[in-house]
Design a protein. Structure first.
Length: 335
């Protein structure tokens, strides 16, 4: 087996702000599973990022446990990958402060995600929401990650992490690995079942738009049966003209580990009702063992606590080394 020194390092995280969706599974976690076979992976439940929006303490606590348990249930192997909760490793917040002082205000202000939100005129947006890309840079740089699997929406933030790392390295001396985006081969984007032009995300307004990984079989069948398609009858992969059908084909292909063209061929001549039915059954089949494992792990408080502790200790070992180096180089005597 390769050692950590020989393997490329990956960092990725998900915020515990809501239940995981089928979009999170297909777009992110499914890739995490493949990556852990080849790379040395750090995977985090990013609870510090979750508090940039209002979230009740009890919700944050239970959602962090839900997310952690679900990641293990989905197949993230805590003995292999370093799976941990971000706030359990204090170096994240500490390095973020240092990087705040290495980031120009103008650079942070250009981040479009914050700009979009602030343009909506909400004065109550907190400063954390403005500076979270800098915390994200700290998350990545602490572990010398070469690769960060990201979607298009996070590209600009990764660019900021690279800029800050390069600035630090040239001002002091080479310290941080400058990370690259990693665009997984199978990184499919999943769209809302009610409006296939927008991303599938937890939606307050429409309970049928989104499949949650904890939904039971009947709920999954109902949601897929109601999925919006179009007024034609032909099953064809065409994201422009047939967004709903293409979304169903993508979901079917992802949960059966095939590709959309094979899925398209399989459904040629079939009805939309058959496509929905078979997609629902395939999703249910894929999630059945996951749901069973999730229930077991989520109720085993001692196992979860031990797993979180072990993950945090492994993560902290690397993180403290990086932070110590950073402190020494800039002249902070705590280094
Ligand atoms: P979020 O839930 O938006 O914090 O996203 C967590 C991870 O899941 C990120 O890597 C996202 O790119 C991915 N993700 C979330 N929703 C979708 C979706 N509908 N399709 C594909 N990937 C998604």
């Amino acid at each position: 087996m390769e050692t950590q020194q020989e393997q490329k390092i990956i960092f990725s995280a998900i915020k515990p702000t809501g239940e995981l969706t089928l979009g999170n599974y297909i777009g992110a976690v499914k890739n995490w599973l493949a990556l852990q076979e080849q790379y040395f992976c750090y995977y985090a439940a990013a609870d510090l990022h979750a508090i940039t929006v209002d979230i009740a303490a009890a919700d944050l606590r239970s959602r962090t446990l839900d997310l952690f348990a679900m990641l293990v249930a989905l197949g993230i192997n805590p003995d292999k990958s370093v799976l941990f909760v971000q706030s359990h490793v204090s170096a994240h917040a500490e390095l973020a402060w240092v990087l705040n002082c290495c980031t120009q205000f103008g650079e942070a202000r250009r981040m479009t995600q914050f700009k979009d939100k602030s343009l909506k005129g909400d004065d109550k947006l907190n400063v954390g929401l403005f500076s979270y890309p800098i915390l994200m840079a700290a998350d990545i740089l602490l572990y010398n990650a070469q690769y960060v699997p990201i979607g298009k929406d996070q590209q600009q933030h990764l660019e900021l992490a690279r800029t800050v790392a390069e600035r630090f390295n040239s001002r002091y001396s080479p310290t941080f690995t400058v990370p690259q985006g990693f665009y997984p081969q199978f990184g499919a984007k999943i769209y809302s079942l009610s409006n296939p032009k927008v991303k599938m995300a937890k939606s307050e307004d429409d309970v049928n738009a989104c499949v949650f990984l904890t939904d039971d079989a009947d709920v999954i069948r109902r949601k897929l049966r109601r999925a919006v398609t179009d007024s034609e009858t032909e099953i064809r992969y065409d994201t422009e003209l047939k967004a709903g059908v293409s979304n169903l084909l993508t979901i079917y292909a992802s949960v059966t580990d095939t590709d959309v063209l094979a899925a398209e061929a399989e459904f040629r001549g079939k009805t939309y009702a058959q496509l929905k039915e078979k997609t629902a059954e395939a999703v249910i089949e894929r999630l059945r063992p996951v749901t069973e494992r999730f229930k077991k792990i989520r109720t085993d408080k001692a196992y979860l606590a031990a797993c979180m502790k072990a993950g945090a200790e492994r993560a902290a070992q690397t993180a403290r080394k990086t932070l110590g180096k950073v402190y020494r180089k800039i002249g902070l005597s705590g280094g």
